[in-house]
Design a binder for this molecule. Structure first.
Ligand code: MN
Length: 178
């Protein structure tokens, strides 16, 4: 079986796209649609890599990255953030939270798959390091990717207005179920 990749993404089209893409490249992709399940599912699935959407209802990818990086079971698992936000500082914020990789939406299929491969190499290097501490250059490989063009015309445009702000719009005033 291929390496295991947990895909956390609230948008159905993107979730299917990412999982199909990963499976087409021989990976075992496990979809998670609700970010609130992500940490438990990650513990159960023990992925080699987590692909993490950032804009999600209920819990943001940033929060999930912080939770996973604070979890002894999950902290060594590389996380590749995927986000539609392109504003200055976002990538830095995501990396500060602990994500090892960052891909912006709409994704380039080539770049997405390349980034997955790079992060899996980091994962393998970490495992090797844990087994027998030797220096590795995988981290340098991760940094060597320069800016590249976005080329894919994936249907991410449909996902743009998906995010409610914080808050709980589903609750009736007074808490009475309706
Ligand atoms: Mn989203």
């Amino acid at each position: 079986m291929g390496q295991k990749i947990l895909v956390v993404e609230d948008n159905e089209l993107n979730l299917r796209l990412f999982c199909d893409l990963l499976r087409a490249h021989g990976y075992a992709a496990e979809p998670v649609r609700d970010g609130r399940e992500a940490v438990a599912r990650a513990r159960a699935f023990a992925p080699d890599l987590v692909v993490m959407d950032i804009q999600m209802p209920h819990v943001t990818g940033l929060e999930l990255i912080e939770q996973m990086k604070a979890d002894p079971e999950l902290m060594a698992t590389p996380i590749m953030a995927v986000t539609a936000y392109a504003a200055k500082g976002d990538e830095e914020r995501i990396r500060d939270a602990g994500a090892e990789g960052y891909v912006s939406k709409p994704i380039s299929v080539v770049k997405f798959v390349e980034a997955v491969g790079t992060l899996l190499k980091i994962a393998a290097a970490r495992q090797a390091e844990a087994a027998a501490p030797v220096p590795t250059e995988a981290e340098e490989v991760a940094e060597s990717e320069g800016p590249e063009t976005r080329e894919a015309a994936e249907p991410e445009g449909q996902a743009a207005p998906e995010e409610p702000q914080t808050g709980t719009p589903d609750e009736a005033p007074g808490g009475a179920p309706i």
